[in-house]
Design a protein around this ligand. Sequence first.
Ligand code: FMN
Length: 374
Amino acid sequence: MSWWYRRVVRPLLFAQEAEAVHERTMRALAAASRNGVLLGAVNAFFNAESLPIELFGLKFPNPVGLAAGMDKYATAVPAWQALGFGFTELGGVTLQAQPGNERPRLFRAIAEEAIVNRMGFNNPGAAAFAAALADWRARGLWPQHPVGINLGKSKVTPLEEAPKDYAESFRLLRPYADFFVVNVSSPNTPGLRKLQDRAALEEILAAIGEVENPTATAKDVHHNESRPILVKVAPDLALEAIDEILELALARGVAGIVATNTTVARPETKDPDTQRVYSEAGGLSGRPLRQRSTEVIRHIYRQTLGRLPIVGVGGIFNADDAWEKITAGASLIQIYTALVYEGPSVTKSIVSGLLGRMKKAGLNKLSDAIGTGT
Ligand SMILES: Cc1cc2nc3c(=O)[nH]c(=O)nc-3n(C[C@H](O)[C@H](O)[C@H](O)COP(=O)(O)O)c2cc1C
């Protein structure tokens, strides 16, 4: 399947503008999501073997998740499980609906198997997003695996008012998802990454905490189960800055760290096509991000002595890359760019390769592999 995708399907897709392909793919997945027969067929082709892991009170059928940014409008929520994913991170969602940056804003660096994007949180806004999720639930099409939501800041909201913006999105979306990711690391909203500073992040986490644990009088009856809150970090932070986030995360009971978002760094290249793409403003994902993302994961695991679960993301294309992330300290992993370059069978093939790795290492449980390479 991967051969077929790479040799036949991919050249056809890559002959078209990147975001147009994304939109067409999402429309096809949205249609499949509403059609039991089609969804069953997708599932029969792509469903992954079982490789369960339990984390922050949630049961993941396998550790390979869909990274944030693919399903920004909650249009294909049931499809991701059928495509073999062990969990989904929807969004990024902001409180206000916003169109994102001007097009073109999505670029392929094909020789490097990379993407540069400056989407800028195009999304329908938290209220409409909540309505879309309510609709999937009402239709009985909600996936059986954990679903998280990536929260960003609305572009119009000044940085000082960010805590209110995140907390209000969280309040609206809280009933619909199993976990939340506070995204303060996208390079495409001006100033957003400043919110990784300790004081700013502390205020955001406090505002979300206020929604999560309201005063006794404000508590409603549906407010019983808590929602794990994770923080997503940029690969461009100095390790000292990451340490400050870790200290805060441990003190504030953050459930985990998603490492990493896209990078604003660009590797050296002599290839003119790649140079052209690399000169575009935005975040770089895919193969060139792999190594730095793994370094950050290894650092976080060592610094926290494995006490803070890590979702490893950045340049994972196959089981070797996934194993590298897990043995560096990741409990779960996510992919985005690999779907574009390897096609829809990549999830299944990563899970199957991980099972092979475990067998070779004589391990029965995935959790026994976490951090063994640090
Ligand atoms: C087009 C695009 C849009 C993205 N949007 C978001 C987003 O809204 N929120 C977020 O936290 N990360 C976003 N990401 C980053 C991915 O979730 C992921 O962290 C990054 O792409 C690295 O993983 P990869 O190398 O497997 O693609 C986006 C990435 C791409 C390529």
